[in-house]
Design a protein. Structure first.
Length: 201
């Protein structure tokens, strides 16, 4: 029903790639960051996002294993473009936002697959249920900011963009209870997409 690679309203996302002190802290640029999801209603993909989040990113491009990612997403900020549907998503039928306020992903390891591709292995928690998952992450690019433009960009010296994608079965996390646990109307697979723009000061 949702996607953590390609889900929902106040999102708190914390991304930290690695545990070593050599990893550089990066600041997430929220105006160019998106936590999105997609799930099928009958045959039609329904897309949405979480509007509120916090992100912390420590990234070591030379030694990706030193990186770490952690994401906190505020469930109540789910936004599918339909107010009635979003209110239903916040109920115990789906996310139970009143008592299960956050979706959390904490990486336990990051490994490089190629020069611009990584896999972040970590613990994903939804509705108090935690599963170990692998999130493929693509480095979309890194660019130095010209000295004359750094001031207007908050002192950013370098910009990097990433995209993480993850497919989950919502039923593994208890998302969709009672009749909504069935998949005749709402599909079981949720595609989650995390698009990040980050700056190095």
């Amino acid at each position: 029903m949702f996607s953590l690679s390609k889900v929902f309203g106040l999102a708190a996302v914390t991304l930290t790639l690695g545990t070593s002190s050599v990893a550089t802290p990066w600041t997430i640029e929220t105006s160019h960051t998106r936590v999105g999801f997609s799930v099928r209603h009958f045959f039609t993909p329904v897309i949405g996002q979480f509007d509120r989040y916090d992100v912390t990113l420590d990234w070591d491009r030379a030694t990706p294993a030193n990186s770490r990612v952690e994401a906190h997403i505020q469930v109540g900020s789910v936004n599918s473009g339909n107010a009635k549907r979003d209110e239903h998503l916040r109920t115990p039928d789906w996310f139970d936002a009143a008592t299960q306020k956050e979706i959390v992903f904490r990486s336990t390891a990051v490994r490089a697959v190629s020069a611009n591709a990584y896999v972040a292995t970590g613990d994903l928690t939804i509705k108090g249920i935690t599963k170990r998952v692998d999130m493929p992450i693509t480095l979309l690019g890194v660019k130095d900011v010209p000295a004359e433009m750094q001031g207007m960009l908050g002192g950013a010296k370098r910009i990097a963009s990433f995209e993480g994608q993850l497919s989950i079965d919502r039923r593994m996390f208890g998302v969709g209870t009672g009749m909504w646990a069935e998949t005749a109307i709402v599909g079981s697979d949720v595609e989650i997409t995390l698009q990040l723009e980050a700056s190095e000061k």
